[in-house]
Design a protein around this ligand. Structure first.
Ligand SMILES: Cc1ncc(COP(=O)(O)O)c(C=O)c1O
Length: 473
């Protein structure tokens, strides 16, 4: 199909001046210069995961320029981390205009001596986009740290409610010997296929692939089945509802067994294969957590910041009571947790570290949010996502032996291949045609473009994806 000949839906995102019209592939991808750099770099660091080395100055908008001169349309966005694409003119103008001068000369320890300007950045930049009902924010550096601190906040709240008073001298002595009976019984529920980071605490919640967990000691916390809707939803309604009901009944049973301080879930399992569930499922989880005194943690590290067409993916659920804690990182430029008042620890230093984030990245988020709002990038992402997923569904009908399960919220989209090796071949074929992308789970391809990705870009991507499919034979 000539996707470019379809009438493209109108979309408010303005074009990025000077952005290339289409990918240009000059060498095999990865090219010879990338491979030479990989050899040089690999002597000191593990460079095996690198797709391509980038020409950072030349990359612009949706296009990554690599060191071999290839101009690749970036559908992967550094694993969902690019909010407004490469070198957005407004972000560069803010930089050049001195807006970040106050944090450019050194990196402050933000819990000790934050610059005055930082207070306004948190108030405007972070609280300005806070999920409804969450009135405080802790900033850290990565997604895993965000999760670690969210579960710490949940444990502190749970222990406080159970204890009903200050810790006793015996409890203080027991904690120094890792012998806290009550604390050591506390659990966090997570879901099969979920990904919450690679640090030791977060790893006990991560259930996506053995390679992440192998050889590391872990807490014996429950992993419950994630319902993983089948698509198209209208054809699988009964089956999907049955899966959700089964999962909910296991959640309820586990909560009833006691000692569950929290439940953590991604709105869409982003590493585990772009697995979705219905708003009704999430509403029921929220209600069960409230009923049993467990904190409801929504891990928006990958979904947060606009890719689903809403700033927070969980806004789509129509929750009556907001989550207790929402984690973020990636498009937000640094990691962190939004929390409600009930989760605010009574003492300082209980959730603390040296940096507590990064003032420069925090200041950049404020500018990014201004761009999102001025250019209506959430609306634009919702429109583009509908067009992209409709295109993927169309390709599923045309290539039923290769593609299935087109799905997405905004441009946070995916499609399945029959198996992992075929998926990997398609990712490589797409790269040779100038599309930078990546896998998700065992056999999905994921789309995580920037919020400046418009129907025009989606049409170009679909054209090239179709060409790549014909190359698979
Ligand atoms: C949902 C989710 N949580 C946590 C993490 C961990 O984030 P980081 O890699 O920044 O530690 C990720 C990373 O992909 C994620 O997708």
């Amino acid at each position: 199909m000539r996707w470019d000949l379809l009438s493209l839906p109108a979309c408010p995102a303005p074009p990025i001046p000077g952005e290339p019209d289409a990918p240009i592939v000059r060498t095999p991808v990865p090219g010879p210069r990338t491979e030479a750099l990989r050899a040089q770099h690999g002597a000191f660091q593990d460079a095996r995961s690198v797709h391509v080395y980038q020409d950072a100055a030349k990359s612009l908008g949706n296009y990554l320029v690599d060191v071999d001169g290839n101009v690749l349309m970036d559908l992967y966005g550094h694993i969902a981390c690019l909010p407004v694409g490469y070198n957005h003119p407004a972000l560069l103008a803010a930089w050049r205009g001195g807006r970040f001068d106050w944090c450019a000369g050194y990196r402050a320890s933000l819990g000790v001596a934050p610059p005055e300007e930082y207070v306004g950045v948190i108030e405007r930049g972070f609280m300005g986009v806070a999920p409804r009902g969450l009135s405080r924010v802790v900033t850290v550096t990565t997604g895993a740290e965000a999760v670690e601190n969210a579960i710490k906040l949940a444990f502190i709240r749970y222990a406080r409610d159970q204890r009903g008073g200050p810790a006793t001298a015996d409890e203080l002595a027991a904690c120094m010997g890792n012998r806290q009976e009550r604390a050591n019984r506390m659990k966090v529920i997570s879901f099969e296929g979920g990904f919450h980071g690679r640090s030791l605490g977060a790893l006990s919640l991560t259930r996506s692939k053995p390679i992440h967990k192998l050889d590391f000691p872990a807490f014996a916390w429950p992993a419950l089945p994630f319902p993983a809707s089948r698509f198209p939803l209208e054809e699988h309604a009964e089956e999907n509802a049955a899966r959700e009901a089964r999962s909910l009944s296991l959640v309820e049973e586990t909560l009833r067994a006691g000692d569950v301080a929290a439940l953590i879930i991604e709105p869409i399992q982003g590493e585990g294969g772009d697995r979705h569930a219905s708003p009704a499922f999430f509403r029921a989880l929220r209600a069960l957590c409230a009923q049993h005194g467990a904190s409801f943690i929504v891990d928006e590290v990958q979904t947060g910041g606009g890719g689903t067409g809403r700033y927070w993916a969980h806004e789509a659920w129509g929750l009556e009571t907001p989550p207790d804690l929402v984690t973020f990182s990636k498009k937000m430029q640094l990691g962190g947790v939004y929390l409600n008042e009930d989760h605010m620890p009574a003492e300082p230093y209980r959730v603390f570290n040296t940096w507590l984030g990064d003032p420069l990245r925090a200041a950049q988020l404020e500018v990014i949010n201004e761009i999102i709002s001025k250019d209506a990038l959430l609306e634009s992402t919702a429109i583009t996502g509908e067009f992209l997923v409709a295109g993927l569904r169309n390709l599923c009908s045309t290539y039923p032996n290769l593609l299935s399960q087109a799905r997405g919220a905004g441009t946070f989209a995916a499609v399945d291949l029959p198996d992992g090796p075929t998926r990997d071949r398609l990712v490589r074929a797409m790269q040779q045609l100038g599309l930078e992308t990546g896998g998700s789970g065992e056999r999905s391809i994921r789309f995580r473009p920037a919020l400046i990705f418009t129907p025009k870009h989606a049409a170009e991507a679909l054209t090239r994806l179709e060409h790549a499919l014909t190359r698979l034979g």
